[in-house]
Design a binder for this molecule. Sequence first.
Ligand code: FE
Length: 359
Amino acid sequence: MLNMPKHILLITLSCLALWACTGERSPVDAVDTPSELGAGVATSNAEITEPVIVYSSRQEYLIKPLFDRFTEETGIEVQYQTGEEGPLIARLQAEGEATFADVLYTVDAGNLWSAANRGLLASVESSVLKQNIPAHLREPKGQWFGLSVRARTIVYAKDRVNPDELSTYAALADPQWRGRLCLRTSKEVYNISLVATMIERLGEERTQAIVEGWVENLAAPVFSSDTLVIEAIAAGQCDVGLVNSYYLGRKQVDDPDYPVALFWANQESSGTHVNISGAGVTRYAKNPRGAQLLIEWLSTEEPQMMFSEMNLEFPANPAVSPAEQVATWGAFTQDNINVEAAGRLQAMAVMLMDRADYR
Ligand code: FE
């Protein structure tokens, strides 16, 4: 730090915590991993002496325990900067080649798609990640990889709805649910991603008819969070809603008799809509091998279980069992559409929801 030119010092100070900016820096892009090493972490870390720098939209309490374990196992330090996904991605773009970020870690495939679409992520060829992460949960060219899975599905009032009445997202548009549905705002990425994958599955016309039906069925103006949707159902304001399962999990951990239950949508057809938290190596990473090693390690058993236990999500690696609370919801079939569709069709989904008067 001491002998650093002033402009670099300023960039460093304006970026992140302080770290040593010395040492060899290897070029970016694809980092090859020997395929014969299977699903464990394969890249040799003997020569990695610099820290891996992560820009993360996930909160510190969710990432720090994981990074600490990684450092214990590999000796490689991880430094991170947390913030909202939009500003973090904008910052990565503004910093360009000068960025200190080696890894972008965020939630929702729509956000990762947006970063990749702006050319901010490198393509990584990793047999470890190909083996540990199913194809529908990673970007086809290796620009980002899902690390945990969140399911967006139907929740219902136990005392007012018989689960036999439930089936699909589309069926929530039926007149049977008039004045009984609660939804989160369309301005938030989770529902944009759900509608985007519905467009991919069902086409634009059919999806718009469904979304119009949802709007007609609303019991209350849209809510700003999934938690408020669940609480509205618990309070009797509505009978059914659409939320990410971990928000219900948090309620059930606090109160095992919580009056709202979960139903796995679309099990007879396309499967339940899933999204991811995930990460990619940045295009201008200064430590691309360390970055790849970290993402590969996060796809292995122990960190995969930690994801599930800390945020009640599902492991992205199908060989790993979910946490106890998560397992109580039973096994379900995921929609195996590539989650990348959530990004690609995002703009179309936003316009469709607007036309349907979904606010
Ligand atoms: Fe969330």
